[in-house]
Design a protein around this ligand. Structure first.
Ligand SMILES: Cc1cc2nc3c(=O)[nH]c(=O)nc-3n(C[C@H](O)[C@H](O)[C@H](O)COP(=O)(O)OP(=O)(O)OC[C@H]3O[C@@H](n4cnc5c(N)ncnc54)[C@H](O)[C@@H]3O)c2cc1C
Length: 471
């Protein structure tokens, strides 16, 4: 059975090649790390819908739980924690404003499963089905939360398509679907013609339709979660970066320039790709920079010419996979085609956004010739938290077992990060959760080699994937 590599598995190749190249004595062209983390502005289209700003922390606090990071993981954890135990004093500290990270800049796809099962059948079908069912249930819970806030966040859950580009991948996907159906997962294989009819593009050799999943407006979802968290009694603080963590039975957080402190009985690390900068998961998580863009609203004529009548979102099977969404206001959101890593877990973007934009533009025109000549209205970059083998992690760590975390979504975290908030609240209460039966709970994130192997290996792996995708 053939398998494609992808963002999910590139770190394995990176580690192997990094070791080989370093052993061969090849130097690093530039070995500049970042002395301090930076938080690049969120220039995404979604950011037009930012929620009201949260005030900065201006006093020292003692609380039950301090959540660090105001993306979906942080907001969902805070909301679930406050709801599960009314009276629990929960604060959330965000370096900039909620939705500043990946949660306010993603590609808009809401996906079941983890990034692992989306591409390969788990050897144990029962586990695969468990992961599928729990993530589908998480989506239903997300929908209920959105409805409870009175908005709809443009949340569409009518399914999505995982397309593939090479005819030679057909046997792989036939087997993938056969195994999934055997496990009770309702996937359907589509040939090239059917895929073209559903998506209005002829560039794919086929696709796999999954009736669960869909799309959402990234920042409207941040807004809804922030509103729900505030209503549940969570205190949100913006412009309040955590700059130091002293562990203990009571954890002391230094905030901003260090003059403010928060003493907490427990903390939640909800900082995904930024987490190594706080000194945690340095050997298990690394930030990868990826890009997304949006077109202006399409005209009625363009929509008719494209004939993307199903409006189903899709992503493809390339290593640097493309993901494409048609929004309710008739814009196309497209991302992918590139991934960059900067030395020392760099979180400041130092790449060439304009060149990547041109590449995404050309790919969109190739998929939809009716859009040729149309330019993007917004192009932006963001950070993924990657693990060595594509698995995400959720659990509790630290000598005093009071540091909770949910991270390493490997580019597939919109749905999962919300679910992990529920898992974190259960763990905090000392309760069990069905997710703890999956392979992605507890101390399971594998080791990623340190610098310079990490940087060298990643460069080699990314070049290899560019070459492989261009073949
Ligand atoms: C361009 C792009 C496209 C994507 N497309 C998709 C997609 O289509 N579908 C999908 O499922 N997933 C997608 N993802 C992944 C998905 O967006 C993430 O997995 C998910 O949003 C992670 O949420 P999070 O809350 O864990 O992290 P984040 O949203 O990154 O939140 C972390 C927060 O922590 C804050 N922070 C960091 N350090 C500190 C500190 N020291 N003190 C205080 N605050 C701090 C940051 O400012 C940030 O707001 C995409 C990601 C990117 C970047």
């Amino acid at each position: 059975m053939q398998t494609k590599h992808s963002r999910r598995s590139f770190l394995k190749l990176a580690a192997l090649s990094g070791g080989a190249v370093a052993a061969a004595g090849i130097g690093i062209p530039y070995a500049l790390g970042e002395s301090r983390p930076c938080f690049d502005p969120n220039d995404s289209y979604w950011a037009l819908e930012k929620p009201p700003a949260s005030p900065p922390l201006q006093e020292n606090l003692s609380v039950d739980v301090a959540v660090i990071g105001g993306g979906y993981t942080g907001l969902s954890s805070a909301w679930h924690l406050a709801r599960a135990a009314p009276g629990l004093d929960v604060v959330l500290l965000e370096a900039r404003q909620v939705g500043h990270g990946a949660s306010g800049r993603h590609g808009g796809m809401v996906l079941p499963q983890t990034g692992v099962e989306s591409f390969e059948i788990a050897s144990d079908l029962e586990t695969h089905k468990l992961v599928y069912d729990l993530t589908v249930a998480g989506m239903a819970s997300l929908r209920r939360l959105v409805q409870s806030t009175g908005g709809d966040c443009d949340l569409q859950l009518d399914g999505y398509v995982h397309t593939f580009v090479d005819e030679e991948d057909l046997p792989y996907y036939e087997e993938y679907v056969e195994q999934a159906v055997k496990a009770g997962i309702p996937l359907e294989l589509m040939d090239g013609d059917e895929t073209a009819r559903e998506l209005g593009t002829e560039v794919f050799a086929g696709g796999v339709y999954d009736p669960h999943g869909g799309s959402v407006h990234a920042m409207k979802l941040v807004r809804a979660l922030a509103k729900a968290a505030l209503e549940a009694g969570v205190r949100l603080f913006g412009d309040s970066p955590v700059t130091g963590i002293e562990e203990g039975e009571t954890i002391v957080l230094r905030v901003g320039d260090g003059r403010r402190t928060v003493r907490a009985k427990a903390i939640v690390l909800a900082t995904n790709g930024y987490t190594p900068k706080l000194g945690y998961f340095k050997s298990q998580v690394m930030p990868l920079h990826v890009q997304t863009a949006v077109t202006p609203p399409l005209t009625g004529g363009q929509l008719a010419d494209m004939a993307w009548d199903s409006r189903l979102p899709f992503f493809d099977s390339r290593n640097a996979l493309y993901h494409v969404v048609l929004t309710p206001d008739d814009r196309i959101v497209i991302g992918g085609g590139s991934a960059e890593y900067f030395f020392g877990n760099g979180v400041c973007y130092r790449g060439n956004l304009s060149a990547i934009s041109d590449m995404m533009q050309a790919e969109l025109w190739r998929m939809y010739p009716a859009l040729r000549g149309m330019r993007f209205e917004y192009v932006w970059s963001g950070i993924l938290g990657m693990s060595f083998d594509g698995t995400p992690g959720v659990g509790v760590t630290g000598k005093h077992r009071n540091i909770f975390y949910g991270l390493a979504y490997n580019g597939q975290g919109v749905n999962l990060s919300f679910l992990f908030g529920e898992v974190i609240a259960a763990l905090h209460q000392g309760k069990t959760h069905p997710w703890l039966e999956t392979p992605y709970a507890g101390d399971t994130l594998p080791y990623i080699p340190p610098e310079p192997f990490r940087w060298i290996g990643t460069q080699v792996a990314l070049r290899y994937y560019d070459w492989d995708d261009a073949r």
